[in-house]
Design a protein around this ligand. Structure first.
Ligand SMILES: O=C(O)C(=O)[C@@H](O)CO
Ligand SMILES: [Mg+2]
Length: 258
């Protein structure tokens, strides 16, 4: 049975950010993830994790100016020093939270542009080396172009090929099933191919990106498939609740912490 992490950027928005940890634990989650911790003190996040017996499953490196439309810096020209600073900042939060997986967003750009590919490779290699010193994984996530137009890493096959070329044991795929269904479809086949190189899985219904309890994908089947494939990482619930978060947790009943 998969272990689920509540995504506190999207779920439990009825509470302030720090109170979402308490609400997720109360709802039966044993782990949490979110996009960015950087507006909060590491020790305050640590206190909420410890108080609630929660595992920190994942967060992202600083993405640049999100409000201005930046979606990561790794493939961008002239931003290597900012990527390196972001790794330093993320590691402070890794130390406080005990997280084992950190996602490096690629940024917007053309994956066929040779210079962008070189920038990306340099950023990934730098971040991966520094994370490896602490026994952490660096995750790379393909994101669909409808949600993030112009995103550099917008294809699962290209991501897998790059991960193979980089050849770094702590660089892994972040397999967001929602994005995979939109980009490629044939999700079960992709899981069978790519779970061996994946360090984290995320879920949402398609097309609404709401609770994983209907629409295009049969999640109970996919959860069993993850078990059959021997996946032991977390499954991040990266969805927008239709209404109150707790009202939409019927799908989670069989999986919740007792
Ligand atoms: O958008 C997604 O999907 C994510 O997982 C976020 O972390 C943005 O990268
Ligand atoms: Mg995702």
């Amino acid at each position: 049975m998969p272990a689920f992490a509540a995504n506190l950027t999207m779920m439990f928005n009825e509470w302030s950010f720090l109170d979402r940890f308490d609400a997720a634990a109360e709802a039966g989650f044993s782990a949490v993830e979110y996009l960015f911790p950087y507006d909060f003190k590491p020790e305050d996040i640590q206190e909420r994790l410890v108080r609630n017996g929660l595992t920190q499953a994942l967060f992202n490196m600083p993405p640049g100016d999100w409000a201005a439309g930046m979606r990561g810096l790794a493939s961008l020209p002239g931003r290597f020093d900012d990527v390196a600073d972001g790794v330093t900042r993320a590691l402070v939060y890794a130390e406080a939270t005990g997280v084992k997986n950190i996602h490096l967003m690629s940024g917007l750009g053309d994956r066929n542009d040779q210079q962008a590919r070189l920038n990306y490779r340099r950023a990934v290699e730098h971040a991966a080396e520094r994370l490896a010193e602490r026994g952490l994984n660096l995750l790379l996530e393909p994101i669909n172009g409808r949600n993030m137009p112009g995103y550099f890493l917008n294809d699962f096959h290209a991501a897998a090929q790059m991960i193979g070329e980089f050849g770094l044991t702590n660089v892994k795929l972040q397999f967001d099933i929602y994005h995979c269904q939109i980009i490629h479809g044939d999700v079960t086949t992709r899981l069978r191919e790519l779970i061996p190189i994946s360090g984290h899985v995320q879920i949402a219904s398609v097309p609404s990106r709401q609770e994983p309890d209907g629409e295009e994908l049969n999640y109970p089947f996919l959860f069993s498939e993850l078990d059959r494939l021997g996946y032991t990482g977390y499954v991040g619930c990266e969805y927008h609740p239709r209404g109150r978060t707790t009202d939409g947790l019927g799908w989670f009943e069989p999986y919740k912490r007792g």
